[in-house]
Design a protein around this ligand. Structure first.
Ligand SMILES: [Zn+2]
Length: 412
C-alpha cells in the first residue's frame, strides 16, 4: 500500500495570511514541534524574503546540529530561474524546495495579462527545476497554483514535464478551495494514472471542505499506485477561510470508517502531540482555538445533554470516536494563582536565574547567564508575548542559532 505523508505549511501559507503573524522564534518552535510529531516536511518560509533569510539559515543549522531531526525543511519559491538562484545564494544549505507557478487560464490571463502564455509557464517551470537541480536541491515539489481550475490535459502535461525534468512531486493546489471530494478524487486518479508521479494535495477551506477534499485526493493518489502528500496548517490557519487542518487530517485518516485499511499514514506521525502543537500555535498566533475545534477544542470531549451524558458515562464509545488521550489530552494542568517570578525583556539577572533554575537549567557563572539573559530580552522584544518554558529552554540550549533568528539588518 502506498503511503500518505504530511507537509505542514503553517510557516509559509499560514503566516502569509492577512492580519495574523508569527515571530521567527515561534516559527522555529513550530518546526521543532512538527519534528517531534513525526511530520514529514515543513514549508518553512520564503528564502527570497530578506527578513526570513536568517531564520531559515538558523533552522537549517538546527537541523545540521540534530535539534531538528527528521523533519525536512523546505523553502517556497516562484518557479522562475532567477528566484531559484537567489534562494540558494541566500540559503546555501537549503536542500528541499517547492516551486510554484499559476496554471489556470483564468490566472494566466488575469495575472500575467498577456506577458506569459501556457508555453511560457511550462518553460519557466522547467528552467527553474533545472537550475534548482544544478544548485543542489535534493527534492523539489512542483506546484500548479489554481490546479483545481486548470484543465486536466494541461495539468497532466505540466506534471509530466515536471517529472521528466527532475521534479519529485506534483502539488495540486486547490487555491480557491473550489473542489469537492468526489471531483478531486476523480481528477487526482486521472493525473496519477497518466503520470505515475507522486502527488501533493494543497487545499483551502473556502467551502468548508479543506480536509475532506485533501483526504479524498490523497485516497485517489494511493489507490492509483503513487504516494500522496497532504499540505496542512496547525489549527487550519491560512488564507481567507483557512487551510486543511493538521489534527483533523490525521484523525480523518486514522478514524474515518472509509479509510480503515485503505490508506496508510506514515507510522511515525504521533497524534498524541496534537494538543501541544495546537495550543502553542494558538498562543503564538494570538488566536483562540474555537470551542468546537476537531480534537483540540474545549468541547471536543464534553457532554451535557441528558441522553448524551448518560450514554457517555455508561460507555464513552457511545458518543466518542476517539479518546482525549489519543490527541494528547486528559492531564490536569497547573495554574499558578499565587506569587510568580517571570523573565523577559525587562528582566534582571536574579529573576532570570530563578526562572531558569526552576526549569532545571544552571549557568556556569554570571557572565554566561548575562549573555543568555540578553538573548531572552531580545527574544521577548521580538515575540511580544511572555516566553514559554520550551522557548526559554531552547534559547539557553541554542544561543548562536537564536541570535541569528533574532537578527534582521535594516538598511535605509
Ligand atoms: Zn495556499
Amino acid at each position: 500500500m502506498k503511503n500518505i505523508h504530511l507537509i505542514d505549511v503553517t510557516n509559509r501559507d499560514g503566516v502569509q495570511t492577512s492580519r495574523i503573524l508569527l515571530s521567527k522564534l515561534a516559527k522555529t518552535m513550530i518546526n521543532i514541534y512538527l519534528d517531534e510529531m513525526g511530520i514529514y516536511q515543513s514549508e518553512i518560509g520564503f528564502p527570497n524574503l530578506k527578513q526570513e533569510i536568517n531564520y531559515i539559515n538558523a533552522n537549517l543549522d538546527l537541523a545540521k546540529k540534530g535539534v531538528i531531526k527528521n523533519l525536512r525543511l523546505e523553502g517556497w519559491c516562484r518557479a522562475v530561474p532567477e528566484d531559484i538562484e537567489s534562494a540558494f545564494k541566500n540559503c546555501p544549505q537549503l536542500r528541499h524546495l517547492n516551486i510554484s507557478i499559476s496554471t489556470s487560464d483564468i490566472m494566466i490571463e488575469g495575472k500575467f495579462q498577456g506577458k506569459k502564455t501556457w508555453k511560457d509557464v511550462l518553460n519557466s517551470m522547467i528552467q527553474a527545476l533545472k537550475v534548482a537541480r544544478q544548485l543542489g536541491a535534493e527534492t523539489i515539489g512542483v506546484n500548479a497554483e489554481d490546479a483545481s481550475r486548470t484543465n486536466l490535459d494541461n495539468l497532466i502535461e505540466f506534471a509530466l514535464a515536471a517529472k521528466e525534468n527532475g521534479g519529485d512531486r506534483f502539488r495540486y493546489c486547490d487555491t480557491l478551495g473550489a473542489d469537492d471530494p468526489i471531483t478531486i478524487y476523480e481528477r487526482i486518479k486521472k493525473i496519477a494514472y497518466a503520470t505515475k508521479f507522486d502527488l501533493e494535495m494543497h487545499c483551502h477551506n473556502d467551502l468548508g471542505m479543506a480536509e475532506a477534499v485533501s483526504v479524498a485526493g490523497a485516497q485517489g493518489a494511493v489507490e492509483s499506485g503513487v504516494d500522496a502528500y497532504i499540505n496542512t496548517t496547525i489549527n487550519g490557519y491560512g488564507e481567507r477561510a483557512g487551510n486543511c487542518d493538521l489534527v483533523s487530517t490525521i484523525l480523518a485518516l486514522k478514524y474515518s470508517h472509509g479509510f480503515e485499511d485503505k490508506v496508510h499514514l506514515e507510522d511515525r506521525v504521533d497524534l498524541k502531540k496534537s494538543w501541544k502543537i495546537a495550543r502553542y500555535a494558538s498562543y503564538a498566533f494570538g488566536l483562540p482555538i474555537p470551542i468546537s475545534q476537531v480534537g483540540v477544542g474545549a468541547n471536543a470531549f464534553a457532554h451535557e445533554s441528558g441522553i448524551h451524558a448518560d450514554g457517555a458515562l455508561k460507555d464513552r464509545r457511545n458518543y466518542e470516536l476517539y479518546d482525549p488521550e489519543d490527541v494528547g489530552r486528559g492531564m490536569p494542568e497547573m495554574l499558578q494563582t499565587g506569587r510568580v517570578i517571570t523573565t523577559g525583556e525587562y528582566g534582571g539577572l536574579k529573576g532570570f536565574r530563578h526562572v531558569y533554575e526552576n526549569l532545571g537549567i544552571h549557568f556556569r557563572d554570571d557572565r554566561q547567564a548575562r549573555k543568555i539573559l540578553e538573548l531572552v530580552q531580545y527574544a521577548n522584544l521580538h515575540t511580544q508575548r511572555p516566553l514559554t518554558d520550551d522557548e526559554l529552554k531552547f534559547i539557553a540550549e541554542n544561543p548562536q542559532e537564536v541570535a541569528k533568528i533574532l537578527t534582521v539588518s535594516a538598511r535605509y
